[in-house]
Ligand binder design. Structure first.
Ligand code: IPE
Ligand code: IPE
Ligand code: MG
Length: 250
């Protein structure tokens, strides 16, 4: 880890598990679908907040995990439909706001219309610079590591790479985030304190922040609180606290 990263106070990359939509609706005696719709509104506010902050380069949002297919079929169908309509409604706005959209996850599981829209969003926004917005859909950290191993083994079989040349850097380059910075700050809303198969490799030195706030209630103020908590932490990356203090003063 380069020394200059050690005292960077603002997170360059924020990764969020947006959890609690279902409970938010159930507390109001409403169907879970209403919670998912309310969740989209919260996404809009958080994306705008991050795009307006020049220090935040990447925002990653976990929208649908590789395990969420286990939900009742009606909820999965609803989530897919919501995903498509949200994309249709938002791509133009993201583009106007200079936001680059990227998806990570196994997109091959989605129907062709959705895949086309996802590619269209990525292509249209690919040169935008205010923020990289990563949406993780049908994503799992284990899937990501597995697909990276498959790519690497194909390269070894083709004679492009020797097994001795495989190191952490090579593995990292074959993961979905590849050259993008690792998350500095991880936030999970909804009160659960687990990572649920999100970015397993990249979270190695990420600062973790858990809040009981349900995702539809998560506001810019709540995000600012998470950032403030992050800024009060000392990231050591294996060094001692005294070493970090000395780096900061040098
Ligand atoms: C997160 O909210 C959204 C998705 C996983 C798609 P949940 O739907 O998991 O909400 P809870 O955890 O049941 O409240
Ligand atoms: C994690 O939330 C995935 C997303 C927010 C997309 P879940 O609600 O699926 O996680 P678990 O099942 O409670 O661990
Ligand atoms: Mg949940």
């Amino acid at each position: 880890m380069p020394v200059e990263r050690l005292h960077l106070a603002t997170p360059r990359h924020i990764a969020i598990i947006m959890d609690g939509n279902g409970r938010w609706a159930q507390q109001r005696l409403l169907p879970r679908a209403v919670g998912h719709n309310a969740g989209v509104k919260a996404v809009r506010k958080i994306v705008e907040f991050c795009a307006a902050d020049p220090h935040i380069e990447v925002l990653s949002l976990f929208a649908f995990s590789s395990e969420n297919w286990r939900r009742p079929e009606a909820e999965v169908t609803l989530l897919m439909r919501l995903f498509l309509t949200t994309l249709q409604n938002e791509i133009e706005k993201l583009h106007k706001n200079n936001i680059r959209l990227r998806f990570i996850g196994d997109c091959s599981a989605f129907d062709e219309t959705l895949q086309k829209k996802m590619r269209e969003g990525e292509t249209k926004t690919k040169n935008n610079t205010a923020l990289t917005l990563i949406i993780a859909v049908n994503y799992g950290g284990r899937w990501d590591l597995t697909q990276a191993c498959q790519q690497i083994s194909r390269r070894v079989a083709a004679g492009e790479l020797t097994s001795h040349a495989i190191n952490e850097n090579v593995l990292n380059q074959h993961l979905s985030l590849a050259t993008l910075p690792e998350p500095d700050l991880f936030i999970r809303t909804g009160g659960e304190q687990r990572v649920s198969n999100f970015m397993l490799w990249q979270l190695a030195y990420t600062e973790l922040y858990f809040t009981p706030i349900l995702w539809p209630d998560f506001t810019e103020i709540a995000l600012q609180e998470a950032i403030t908590s992050f800024q009060g932490r000392q990231r050591r990356f294996g060094h001692t606290g005294d070493q970090i203090a000395a780096f900061a003063n040098s």
